[in-house]
Design a binder for this molecule. Structure first.
Ligand SMILES: [Ca+2]
Length: 370
């Protein structure tokens, strides 16, 4: 079916204006003389990290200063570096340096954690041939990562540019936690920090109360949540639950992106159908959740999500079921707890999913009207 026919069939002909080829390339012209968010993006480089890299590289209101990597859900630091470099190549952002970071969590996983059966891997087998596009090893880039370590780079950048740098972390919090541990003063020198991680009101994806990024390095997360930074938390509540289905990527969105000439859009259309299928068939979600992109998008548009008032949020370090749980102090409790800093953590409660997905597609396809 041609795109025009598809849109007519679903009664959305007006949307064609969004994808007008005449708007192509406007974003580059607009990017000059704009007051852009200076961003360091910390990634572990699986599916939605790639989308976050594409978005950050393409949006005219973001100046991507550097990308830092760590070992996370993609399996190794080397793979994270390769994926980050390759994604920046595709996004025509080869000028953005990539700094390798942590090879594992601050506290090593126990044998029991390492040996825990993973339901996901077994289920994947049924996807057969389609799996070759899922977390596929990236082709080598023509350039290498920087020699400076990610943690040193974060500390140096923040200290040299006080109140200028926005830190967005979309993987486990090891790099950010180590930077804050080594140089606590940067907590007041960062303009703000946004993280994708944690869960508050919907089921977790590791245990019913634990989300992957926090589970992967709870000690690092505890440092980050207790550092006194201006912190915005994109938890599973606004990305991985069908109550926010509007904010997920579906095959209809791939159809919209398919008319774009952007290399990032083409890559998404080639590689992401399997992600959409897996998240639908395994997690029961309407589409592929855009967790990491939401964290990046919030750095330029706070109105995309409704957030809590500033709260104290802490991380549970104990318990088979609860290690890595994020707990927000709300309401009134009998036990009094003193905190070292005033509350500065805002939790995302709701998201304007349709507006977010339109922003994503317009940014990736170079059709953004600003
Ligand atoms: Ca991630």
């Amino acid at each position: 079916m041609k795109r025009r026919h598809f849109l007519e069939a679903i009664g959305a002909t007006s949307a064609t204006a969004l994808w007008s080829p005449t708007a192509q390339g406007r974003s580059k012209a607009r990017s000059q003389n704009r007051n852009r968010v200076r961003m360091i993006l910390d990634v572990d480089s699986v599916g939605d990290d790639i989308l976050a890299l594409y978005f950050a590289a393409a949006h005219p209101d973001i100046h991507l200063e550097g990308v830092t990597t760590l070992n996370g859900a993609s399996g190794s630091l080397e793979q994270a570096n390769r994926v980050a470099l390759r994604s920046l190549d595709i996004a025509e952002a080869r000028h953005v340096p990539v700094y390798p970071g942590a090879e594992g969590p601050i506290v090593e996983k126990t044998e029991a954690e390492a040996a825990a059966p993973v339901h996901f891997e077994k289920t994947l087998q049924k996807f057969g041939e389609r799996l070759k596009e899922f977390n596929a090893p990236a082709e080598p880039s023509t350039r290498a990562p920087e020699t400076e370590n990610a943690v040193d780079y974060i500390i140096d950048s923040v200290k040299s540019n006080p109140n200028e740098i926005t830190l967005v972390a979309t993987g486990p919090l090891t790099n950010v936690g180590l930077a804050l541990d080594r140089a606590p003063e940067i907590s007041r020198l960062v303009k703000e920090c946004l993280i994708m991680g944690g869960v508050f009101t919907v089921p977790g994806n590791i245990t019913p109360v634990v989300e992957y990024n926090i589970w992967a390095d709870p000690e690092a997360a505890k440092i980050v949540f207790n550092a006194g930074m201006e912190l915005t938390v994109v938890g599973l509540d606004v990305c991985e639950h069908n109550s926010v289905a509007d904010a997920m990527m579906t095959r209809d969105d791939l159809f919209d992106l398919a008319s774009s000439s952007s290399a990032a859009a083409k890559d998404i259309c080639t590689r992401f159908p399997i992600y959409i299928d897996i998240w639908r068939e395994f997690f029961g979600l309407v589409g592929f959740p855009m967790d990491d992109v939401i964290a990046v998008a919030l750095a330029i548009d706070k109105t995309l999500c409704e957030t809590s008032e500033p709260l104290q949020v802490d991380v549970e370090l104990a318990g088979d079921l609860t290690r890595g749980q994020t707990i927000a102090y709300e309401g009134n409790q009998i036990f009094l707890r003193e905190f070292p800093h005033a509350p500065r953590t805002r939790i995302c409660r709701t998201i304007d999913g349709k507006r977010f997905m339109t922003l994503f597609k317009e940014t990736i396809s170079g059709n953004l009207e600003v």
